[in-house]
Design a protein around this ligand. Structure first.
Ligand SMILES: Cc1cc2nc3c(=O)[nH]c(=O)nc-3n(C[C@H](O)[C@H](O)[C@H](O)COP(=O)(O)OP(=O)(O)OC[C@H]3O[C@@H](n4cnc5c(N)ncnc54)[C@H](O)[C@@H]3O)c2cc1C
Length: 452
């Protein structure tokens, strides 16, 4: 239930934005927009102004989760929400190109707590995101723990991570080399000192299904999805964002203006480029990551490889995908560049990965790369961690960006956090203040040590 304070806050925002918009745009220049919300017939073909209390740029998992958590708490009279998405097919979005693993094995309390909430949420997603008249969403959650392997160099960090994870109630166990040999006889333990295995609340799921579930539920709660690209912004005399210019995806000659009370940057790998249009330096860039799909007849079968992901000390990961395996490895930092293409370099597997896989699991000496794809991490160049919070000066701008390789799993917690910033004026459940934009301004990285 919305509190009186929230209702008042929203009425105030709405009336302020409305009057600001009326002053700026003569009524004959108000456009109809290309919304994809079948319930919002009021937006079709009408010439009413496009004024929203909250405008979210980017309709991937972050934008759609934020929209859902907001709409779920806001009665329609409290305000209107729209999500601007340039590509409703999501062919290049990180969300659908990801492997959607979820784990509790992080080194920072904030990341652990976000994933604890998120795992609970996605476990119950069939009920939480159900929409009347539709089949309940099924995101095909597989409950399987991550196995992190450490060499002697990484042993100390693993022990510290384990201590924090245990304190926070994670289901994780440490394994010695002997334990590993007994449990996973197909594993070569040479060079290993320790391992950490998730024994509950970890696994992977289908990211496309989770995205659709968030989006469908958000639309059912009255959120408008607009098909277009946010290309520019207007600010008022106080430097606050007053409107967004949107180019229609279907007819690029159509440029429309949407007035907003609050603006959420959920543009994924493009978030830094979007922020640039406001003169803000947000250290989030698209960084290419390959996923190779492997056929390996001699590899351990599903039952003898009962893991979510196996993560080698080199950072290389491997997980089952039915009868096949999926594998990837982030490049070394000096070889990691901003990227705009989705080409796969198959030599990367041969030159950088194959030897490591075959060393760790000798059965992989004989394999075939069946297919591969490339996606972009929403890579935070400062510290590979999320940036969630308001801009300290442009107060109506909220970031939910930079999740690097762990965004899907944090999306429920991140969306909820955005809704708290907007509806409550600050974090209520998990205190994510340390992940705010202020650390970027101070150039103080908050490094997560367990990055994949
Ligand atoms: C290969 C790979 C593997 C991964 N594996 C995992 C994993 O196992 N676990 C995990 O938790 N995370 C994983 N990730 C990371 C995760 O996918 C991302 O952190 C997450 O999807 C980010 O979601 P997003 O909504 O911010 O970005 P996106 O999904 O990219 O969505 C952003 C959307 O914004 C739209 N957009 C951008 N600019 C504009 C604009 N100007 N106007 C309108 N629309 C715009 C885009 O079209 C896009 O649809 C992986 C990523 C990759 C690439």
């Amino acid at each position: 239930m919305a509190s009186c304070r929230q209702r008042l806050l929203f009425r105030r925002i709405l009336s302020c934005v409305t009057s600001r918009a009326r002053k700026k745009i003569p009524s004959q220049r108000w456009f109809s927009l290309f919304t994809s919300n079948p319930r919002s017939s009021k937006n079709r073909g009408s010439f009413e102004p496009k004024i929203y209390d909250v405008v979210i740029v980017g309709g991937g998992i972050m934008g759609s989760s934020s929209a859902y958590f907001l709409a779920n708490r806001m009665a329609p009279e409290m305000g209107r929400i729209c999500v601007i998405e340039q590509d409703p097919t999501y062919t290049r979005a990180s969300t659908v190109l990801s492997l959607a693993g979820i784990r509790s094995q992080f080194s920072m309390a904030e990341n652990i707590q976000m994933c604890q909430f998120s795992f609970q949420f996605i476990s119950d997603v069939g009920q939480i995101l159900a929409v009347d008249g539709c089949d309940p969403p099924d995101i095909q959650l597989r409950r399987r723990g991550y196995l992190f392997l450490a060499s002697s160099d990484g042993e100390d960090v693993m022990q510290k991570n384990y201590a924090l994870q245990s304190k926070l109630g994670c289901q994780v166990t440490l394994l010695t080399v002997k334990d590993l040999e007994e449990r996973f006889p197909w594993l070569n333990t040479e060079g290993l000192s320790l391992a950490s295995l998730g024994t509950g609340n970890e696994g992977y799921f289908d990211p496309w299904s989770l995205l659709n579930a968030f989006k469908r539920k958000a639309i059912s709660l009255g959120v408008d999805y607009v098909n277009g690209e946010a290309v520019d912004f207007d600010t008022d005399q106080n430097g606050q964002i007053s409107s967004v210019k949107v180019v229609s995806s279907s007819s690029p000659e159509n440029v429309n203006v949407i007035h907003c009370g609050q603006l959420v940057n959920a543009a994924g790998p493009n978030a830094g480029y979007l922020a640039e249009k406001l003169g803000i330096d947000l250290p989030v860039r698209p960084r290419k990551r390959y996923v190779f799909v492997l056929d390996c007849p001699g590899a351990p079968a599903n039952e003898s490889f009962p893991l979510g992901f196996l993560v080698d000390p080199s950072g290389l990961y491997l997980r089952h995908d039915g009868a096949r395996f999926l594998s990837g490895l982030s490049p070394k930092s000096m070889e990691d560049y901003d990227s705009s293409d989705f080409e796969v370099d198959y030599d990367y597997f041969t030159d950088r990965m194959w030897e490591t896989i075959a060393h760790r699991i000798p059965a992989f000496e004989c394999l075939k790369v069946n297919v591969a794809w490339a996606g972009h991490y929403d890579y935070n160049t400062l510290d590979q961690n999320a940036i969630i919070g308001r801009h300290p000066e442009v107060r109506n701008l909220i970031f939910v960006n930079g999740f690097s390789g762990h965004g899907i799993q944090q999306s429920p917690a991140a969306g909820r956090a955005v809704s708290e910033l907007i509806l409550d004026g600050g974090f209520q459940t998990i205190d994510l203040s340390l992940l705010g934009f202020e650390r970027v301004m101070r150039n103080e990285p908050m490094r997560e040590k367990n990055i994949v």
